[in-house]
Design a protein around this ligand. Structure first.
Ligand SMILES: Nc1ncnc2c1ncn2[C@@H]1O[C@H](COP(=O)(O)OP(=O)(O)OP(=O)(O)O)[C@@H](O)[C@H]1O
Ligand SMILES: [Mg+2]
Length: 468
């Protein structure tokens, strides 16, 4: 039965994780944070009812479907009372199960409890979120190529380098690679290499011994060890410092880690995925990235297309985000979008890719009246860009209109551009009520980059101040 249901789920595009006993499921379901649980009612040891109760307590909002025999009706009634979202009577038809699954997921995605539950889990379990392939939206030729490649390589142990601009879905693909592999029952651990200074990143990755440095008050295992049996995702690998690159290379070659301050090595069995938002090949050519590490990481490159290279996917994504932001109890009907507004969204060049679109849609869904998104609900830069002749800056950033009256005569090109950039950044920060993390997301840059730009700007201002 477990096998039949698993393969039906897989056929439906889900990534099932099968357990042959309730006991095992109880132990592991928390760390997998599934989107749906299907359990038999009568099992040896831990019963389906106990699985249900544990799910209700620890994974609120996650629907549970119970599979029961006709002789277990009493139990079934009890299960429904305890919060099962559906049950299926054995023997059942394939379609019955399939529609029960679709129904449960549909209802769950419309209830407000689920995102909260997932957010809580993310916070508590180091972002071990479940992955369904169909939550990666895209039907364009470019995305199909990506999906095909992911299907092919997910279940290998090859190191994979995911390339793509900010916000193109690199992390989603990394998760898909993990949850579509045989490693899915082991941890998926993600770390952003640009988020920490070099020495902290080192101890985060490899762990440390007590007393290895000031502040190392106890032994700590690193993420490589934490991911044992599973996958580690090294995000923004392009920003890794040279010395650490050397250490990482050694780990990849020897499949051993050495904790900071330790003499011994610990063997690891971890699959490595990495992502870069800069062309890493070029960094390697200029010597900023180690050549041998590059070739070891880029065994299989997966290139994420930018959103402007798959514009035909925009309506689909818009539809997806409208559905995502429709709240049962708040909106009577699913949120909708006006033709004109959709056209404006399709015409924009999305320098921050899907993330920028997602933020624009979140904002629009919050601002719109009567459940219909109109042009007035879209972010100013998106609307403004439409009124400006095509062309402009290659990256597709909103093109500033320069009238002769304000031509910055006397400024160098650099000064002019950084002035425009600063205004754009400030405007976006204001739009996000001063939350810089959100502004960075909307701009399609990392928070670190945003701070750097603001900082560089301030220094420039101060220098100018002292000069004059
Ligand atoms: N194809 C897609 N379908 C649905 N949502 C997507 C898709 N691609 C990206 N997203 C959403 O856009 C946001 C950015 O995706 P993700 O974090 O995977 O991008 P990234 O390439 O890792 O970006 P960065 O380089 O800025 O870290 C996420 O909220 C993700 O859910
Ligand atoms: Mg990312």
């Amino acid at each position: 039965m477990v096998q039949v249901i698993s393969s039906l789920c897989a056929e439906g595009g889900h990534s099932p994780i099968a357990y042959s006993s309730g006991q095992k499921a109880l132990g592991l379901m928390l760390s997998h944070a599934p989107q749906l649980i299907i359990s038999d009612v009568r099992m040896e040891g831990v019963s389906g009812l106990e699985v249900l109760k544990a799910a209700k307590a620890n994974l609120p909002g996650v629907p549970v479907i119970l599979v029961t025999g006709s002789k277990q009706l009493e139990l079934t009634v009890e299960a429904i009372r305890a919060g099962a979202s559906d049950y299926i009577l054995k023997p059942f038809k394939v379609d019955e199960l399939k529609s029960a699954i679709e129904r449960a997921l549909e209802n769950a995605s419309h209830s407000a409890a689920l995102p909260q539950a997932v957010a809580a889990l993310k916070a508590g379990t180091g972002q071990r979120e479940p992955m369904r392939f169909e939550s990666i939206i895209g039907q364009s030729a470019r995305m199909r190529e990506v999906f095909d490649l992911v299907e092919k390589v997910a279940n290998t142990d090859s190191t994979i380098l995911i390339l793509g601009e900010s916000g193109t879905g690199k992390e989603l693909i990394a998760r898909a690679l993990h949850f579509k592999s045989a490693r899915r029952e082991h941890p998926f651990v993600a770390i952003n290499c640009s988020a920490l200074p070099e020495n902290l990143l080192e101890s985060e990755l490899f762990g440390h011994k007590k007393g290895a440095f000031t502040g190392a008050v106890q032994d700590k295992i690193g993420l490589f060890e934490e991911a044992e049996g599973g996958t580690i995702f090294l995000d923004e690998i392009n920003s890794m410092a040279p010395l650490l690159q050397t250490k990482l290379l050694r780990v990849l070659q020897e499949r051993m880690v050495r904790r900071v301050g330790d003499n011994g090595n610990v063997p690891i069995h971890v699959r490595v995925l990495a992502a870069t938002n800069e062309p890493l090949y070029e960094k390697m050519k200029t010597g900023a990235f180690r050549q041998d590490l590059y070739y070891r990481l880029a065994v299989i490159p997966v290139e994420m297309p930018s959103l402007r290279d798959r514009q035909d996917d925009i309506p689909l994504l818009v539809e997806h985000f409208l559905r995502k932001h429709t709240r049962a109890g708040v909106h009577e009907n699913p949120l909708q979008i006006e033709e004109n507004a959709l056209r404006t969204l399709c015409a924009y060049r999305w320098p921050g890719n899907v993330r920028e679109l997602e933020n624009a849609m979140e904002r629009a869904c919050a601002l719109c009246d009567n459940g219909v998104v109109r042009t007035k609900d879209l972010p100013p830069q998106v609307v403004r860009a439409e009124n400006v002749p095509a062309g402009g800056f290659g990256g597709g950033a909103p093109v500033p209109v320069v009238s002769e009256a304000v031509l910055p005569v006397g400024a160098t090109l650099d000064e002019y551009i950084s002035g425009q950039e600063r205004r754009f950044i400030e405007e976006t920060i204001r739009l996000n009520k001063g939350v810089r993390e959100k502004a960075a997301q909307m701009l399609g840059i990392s928070t670190a980059t945003l701070y750097r730009k603001l900082d560089a700007d301030r220094k420039l201002q101060t220098r100018k101040g002292t000069d004059s």
